[in-house]
Design a protein around this ligand. Structure first.
Ligand SMILES: Nc1ncnc2c1ncn2[C@@H]1O[C@H](COP(=O)(O)OP(=O)(O)OP(=O)(O)O)[C@@H](O)[C@H]1O
Length: 293
């Protein structure tokens, strides 16, 4: 059984998790791999079974995502990918098993400590932003929930980080384009300075012409902030661009977990994964995506 690092007691976990690690240390942790002993994963799902009422949706899902890693869930529609994200975010409260971020388990209800380190970005920026709240109000609300000060400074810095000019601060959602709205949604997730982002099809509701810009932004933010991503997508080029590993889901179960290099080589092991690969959508033009630095 993997041993836990000394001093990673439950009470002190969130302050430790929120501390920025040096890139060298992060690379070393990544090189150690998600399954290596002594390394507490950023996210651990153990035997996770989620249901809606009496209907079971996922069955015994096990996932470990290392700190700084980007991990994708792919698979056919209805296989339970978004349900896993919802359970981690506290939006699907009927589950068994365990959900841990940086070694600390979350409960089934509202968990403000967990929300501080783990935030979610939804697929549809039109639905996820309140139509009567300005960008300033949407971001300020998150700061108030987490009792974070320096409201003006944090909002200004976060808008800059997502590539929005200061003038966007007092606009309403209907005064923004789809891509700008999704940048606001990303800003809202980023503003409490989480370490782990749950990304549910973050670009699929956007026009193809703006998808690449948002994907490039997510890639840069991860690099600059040492973020960990758990991403749901149907778009395999997005997985290839943004992720290190992927899990293929079918009927609520993981059928294969693989390094993204196998996806790129077309060398996934399971017949179902290969079928998915053959039918993979290609909706983002590769040339629009930035190369790795
Ligand atoms: N709030 C809900 N209440 C009841 N059933 C739900 C709810 N949300 C999702 N489901 C059902 O759970 C199953 C899994 O849905 P989920 O959204 O997790 O799949 P998915 O793999 O993310 O699909 P897609 O790729 O189409 O988004 C589906 O059968 C869906 O109808």
């Amino acid at each position: 059984m993997p041993r836990r690092r000394a001093g990673r007691g439950e009470a002190s976990l969130y302050p430790r998790a929120a501390r920025r690690r040096s890139p060298a240390r992060r690379d070393a942790r990544r090189a150690a791999g998600a399954g290596a002993p002594f390394v507490t994963p950023a996210l651990r799902l153990k035997n996770l079974s989620v249901s809606y009422g009496a209907t079971p949706v996922t069955h015994g899902v096990d996932i470990k995502v290392a700190e700084g890693e980007s991990f994708a869930l792919v698979g056919e529609s209805g296989s339970g990918k978004s349900t896993i994200l919802k359970a981690v975010a506290g939006l699907a409260p009927h589950w068994t098993g365990a959900i841990e971020a940086f070694g600390t388990p979350r409960g089934h209800g509202i968990d403000p400590g967990f929300a501080r380190v783990c935030q979610m970005v939804f697929q549809d920026p039109y639905g996820s932003l309140h139509p009567r709240k300005t960008v300033d109000a949407a971001l300020g609300e998150v700061l108030a929930i987490h009792r974070l000060g320096d409201r003006d400074g944090r909002i200004a810095r976060t808008l800059e980080a997502v590539g929005l000019e200061p003038g966007f601060r007092f606009r309403f959602p209907h005064q923004l384009s789809g891509g700008q709205r999704q940048r606001v949604a990303i800003a809202r997730a980023l503003i409490p300075e989480p370490k782990l982002l749950l990304l549910d099809e973050p670009t699929s509701a956007l026009d193809v012409s703006v998808q690449a810009g948002v994907l490039n932004l997510l890639k840069r933010l991860r690099r600059e902030r040492g973020l960990t991503y758990l991403l749901v997508t149907h778009n395999l080029p997005v997985v290839s661009f943004l992720c290190d590993r992927l899990a293929v889901m079918r009927h609520g179960r993981i059928v294969e977990t693989a390094d993204v290099s196998l996806l790129r080589q077309g060398a996934l092991r399971e017949p179902y994964s290969r079928e998915l690969l053959r039918s993979g959508e290609r909706t983002v033009e590769r040339q629009e995506l930035e190369a790795d630095p």
